[in-house]
Write a protein that binds this ligand. Structure first.
Ligand SMILES: Cc1ncc(C[n+]2csc(CCOP(=O)(O)OP(=O)(O)O)c2C)c(N)n1
Length: 325
C-alpha cells in the first residue's frame, strides 16, 4: 500500500501522543499524585493508532478499562484527561469518574469501561443506529483476549454478523487476561478463528507493526462502510507495563526476559526506524515532534494540578438513578 507522508507522520504522532501520555501518567501514579487504578497502554500504541487513523468524529469507538490510548488516538483532550485522572472539576467527568469512565461523545468515543466485555453490546447498538439511519459511519469495538471469552462478545458478534452491522471488532490480544496467560484461559491460539463461527471474516495482524494494523483496519473499516458487515480483527500485541500501573501489585506471572524480548519489537522504535529508512522524516524532525508532545503533556499536567476539586455540593450532580414504578 502506498501511504502518503502526512498519513505516516500522523500515525507516528498518534503513537507518540499515547506513549508520552501513558509514561507521564504512570510516573504520576507512582509518585502518589494520581489516585485510582490506571491500566496503561504502553506497548500497544500501534493498535489504537492504526485503527483510529481511518476514523472521523462521526465514527464511534467503544473502549475498555485500558482506555487512555483509545481516546488519545481519537483526539482526546490531554487537559481534560489529566484533570480527570487527578479527580479535578475540569476533568472529562468533572473529576468524579476517573480513568475508567472517560468518554467524549463529540469525538464518537462512547466510553472507557471498567466492566470487561461491556463494549461489544454498546458497539453494536451504535452500529445498528448507523445502519438504520443510513449513515456510512462505522463503529470500532476494542476489547482484550480476556473479554473475548465473555458472553457479551459472543452475543454481539452473532447479532452483528446476522444484521451485517457496520462494526469492526478489534481484539487487542496482549497475551494475558490480568495475570492469566492466554493458553490458560482459552484453547485456541488465534481469537480470529472465532469469527467464522458467526459468519464474518477473521483477520490476524501483527499489532506491533502500525502499518500492518493500518492496512488491515482500513480494509475492515471500508468493508463495513460498504455495508458488507463486520470483521473480527485480532491484533497480536503486548503490554510493557504491568496489568495495573507501571510495576503492578507484585504478582509474578511473567519473566522480565519475556518483557525484554517483546521490547525489541517496540512499535514506536520499529516505526521510527522505518520512517528514517524511507526518508519520510529526519531524526531531528521526529525528535521535534516528540518534544512538542511532551510539552503539551506537561502543560496538561500543570493545568490539572492547578484545577480545583469538585465542590461537595456537586456530589450528587450527574448521578442517575432508576426509580421503581
Ligand atoms: C466482568 C468483569 N470481570 C472481571 C473483571 C476484572 N478484570 C479487570 S481487567 C481483567 C482482565 C481483562 O483482560 P483483557 O480483556 O485481555 O484485557 P487486558 O487487561 O489484557 O487489556 C479482569 C478479569 C472485570 N473488571 N469485569
Amino acid at each position: 500500500m502506498d501511504t502518503d507522508r502526512d498519513t505516516l507522520i500522523d500515525l507516528y504522532l498518534r503513537m507518540v501522543r499515547i506513549r508520552t501520555f501513558e509514561e507521564q501518567a504512570g510516573k504520576l501514579q507512582e509518585a502518589g499524585k494520581v489516585p485510582g487504578a490506571l491500566h496503561l497502554y504502553v506497548g500497544e500504541e500501534a493498535v489504537a493508532s492504526g485503527v483510529m487513523s481511518h476514523l472521523s468524529n462521526e465514527d464511534q469507538i467503544t473502549s475498555t478499562h485500558r482506555g487512555h490510548g483509545h481516546l488519545v488516538a481519537k483526539g482526546g483532550d490531554f487537559k481534560k484527561m489529566f484533570a480527570e485522572l487527578y479527580g479535578r472539576e475540569t476533568g472529562y467527568c468533572r473529576g468524579k469518574g476517573g480513568s475508567m469512565h472517560i468518554s467524549d461523545l463529540d469525538l464518537g468515543m462512547l466510553g472507557a469501561n471498567g466492566i470487561v466485555g461491556a463494549g461489544p453490546p454498546i458497539a453494536i447498538g451504535a452500529a445498528f443506529s448507523n445502519k438504520y439511519r443510513k449513515t456510512r459511519n462505522v463503529t470500532c469495538c476494542f476489547f482484550g483476549d480476556g473479554a473475548s471469552n465473555e458472553g457479551t462478545f459472543h452475543e454481539a458478534a452473532n447479532m452483528a454478523a446476522l444484521y451485517r452491522l457496520p462494526v469492526v471488532f478489534v481484539c487487542e490480544n496482549n497475551g494475558f487476561g490480568e495475570f492469566t496467560r492466554q493458553e490458560r484461559h482459552q484453547a485456541i491460539q488465534d481469537i480470529a478463528d472465532r469469527a467464522s463461527g458467526y459468519g464474518m471474516p477473521g483477520v490476524v495482524v501483527d499489532g506491533m507493526d502500525v502499518m500492518a494494523v493500518y492496512e488491515a483496519a482500513g480494509e475492515a473499516i471500508e468493508r463495513a462502510r460498504r455495508g458488507e458487515g463486520p470483521t473480527l480483527l485480532e491484533c497480536k500485541t503486548y503490554r510493557f507495563f504491568d496489568h495495573v500501573g507501571v510495576r503492578g501489585m507484585g504478582v509474578v506471572y511473567r519473566d522480565d526476559s519475556e518483557v525484554i524480548e517483546w521490547r525489541k519489537r517496540d512499535p514506536l522504535v520499529l516505526f521510527e526506524a522505518r520512517l528514517l529508512e524511507m526518508n519520510t522524516a529526519s531524526a531531528g524532525e521526529l525528535q521535534q515532534l516528540r518534544e512538542r508532545v511532551l510539552f503539551e503533556v506537561e502543560e496538561a499536567i500543570a493545568f490539572a494540578e492547578a484545577s480545583p476539586f469538585p465542590a461537595d455540593s456537586a456530589l450528587l450532580e450527574d448521578v442517575y438513578t432508576v426509580t421503581g414504578g
